[in-house]
Design a protein around this ligand. Sequence first.
Ligand code: GLU
Length: 509
Amino acid sequence: MPDTTKKVRVRFAPSPTGGLHLGGVRTVLFNYLFARKHGGDFILRIEDTDQSRYVEGAEQYILDCLAWCGLNPDEGPQNGGPYAPYRQSERKENYRKYAEQLVSNGYAYYAFDTPAELDEQRQKFPNFRYGHENRDVLRNSLNLSQEETQALLDQGVPHVIRIKVPVDDTVHFYDMIRGDVSFDTNLVDDKVLLKADGMPTYHLAVVVDDYLMKISHAFRGEEWLPSAPVHILLWEYLGWKADMPHWVHLPLILKPDGNGKLSKRDGDRLGFPVYAMNWKDPKSGEITRGFREMGYLPEAFINMLALLGWNDGTEQEIFSMEELIEKFSIERVSKAGAKFDFEKAKWFNHEYIKNSQVAGIKYQVLEILKAKDIQIEDNEYFDKVLETVKERMTFLQDFWDQASFFFEQPAFYDLNAVKPKWSDAKTEYFNELIKTWEGTKAWDAVNLETVFKALAEEKGIKPGELMLPFRVMLVGGKFGPGVFDIAVLLGKEQTIQRIQKAIIAFTVE
Ligand code: GLU
């Protein structure tokens, strides 16, 4: 149960190493919903202490993704806050003292083994893990005398600080999704806490900063569960156990076709994005497609993510952000992994586009058209067309495929659909229809349809046999919204022109 006496403070703590996986965005979302629901703070902390993995531009990209999703942090590297700085590389000075404190209290030790020595161990023992089985024979302060250790430190010999994991013990903790979790300490290695370059590893930094930033609940993906025993031990060894956050390890997002965590490679393989936004690798220049660029509305993306591992106990699937904040609860997050379903993801986007106000999506559509070098004026006609076709769009990019015929006459006709059944009687019918429509004042769908059908009856032709040719006349093929709605939008003159032009095309041998 959330501790209501402690202010809710949650954090998303990404390492800036590349594109933002949708699982990462879901972690942000659950953090955000929980913070909003409980009147708490949502913090963004950049965990950039592993300089070998640091990627230029990745931090800004994460910030841009959060902004696109509307999940802006209350505190973070961009907007600051009472616990600044929020980039771990800028907090370097904080960590050493805690690592030293652990050494003084016997919970950690200096290790002077060189990379070459460790490699040698790995060669000798394929499953080598630095820990209780071998730490007594390796080059560290557990085996060296105090004087020897001090001498090496004074000489500036490169060293790391490692946690001393207890032998034959069990680490227990409570996870708000998984319940009681326990780990056998004999299976946990002595993780490095402080590296030779003086930077903390993730394990030390995450604990120190969660403590200093007064984090109340730590939401993170299930893949971090194996690291939890090291963290729990650190909370205890640093004397902070009473302030330890509640743990919330979120279920994995699984591949659609099989088991295992959904990866970027699965997206490439199956043809869907896995990142929130396009990510350009600064080294290779390779661009990985994102949901945004594929034409997703952020609201649809968020709604889809909310249901990957959570539901409100009903059949409801469409939730506004306000509803998600109101209804979200950790109790309803499932333990089991959630299979990613791209078809379902498309369905959400379609629902959101269909139900959007034209004003809410038109500028994005116009941008997409501009990028394709299609000049469309932003006027009332465009608004009406978008209103008519939006329910047929799965992506914003679908607009032109669904609507180009509203702006230009069909370049060609699906003659196979029409010609085999074309007849002089039909030519005559349409010529007469033009005459009747020319004189009509009420250019609305109901009236057009009434006239269309009445004339068909008079001529003894089934209206069904005339509808398809009429559609092909206006749009070129067998697609599009209601044909009389199209005619209304095109207007009298354009409709009549298209009928005339098409009759010729349908009649020539
Ligand atoms: N820096 C870790 C990551 O990249 C954070 C994990 C955690 O939240 O503890 O996901």
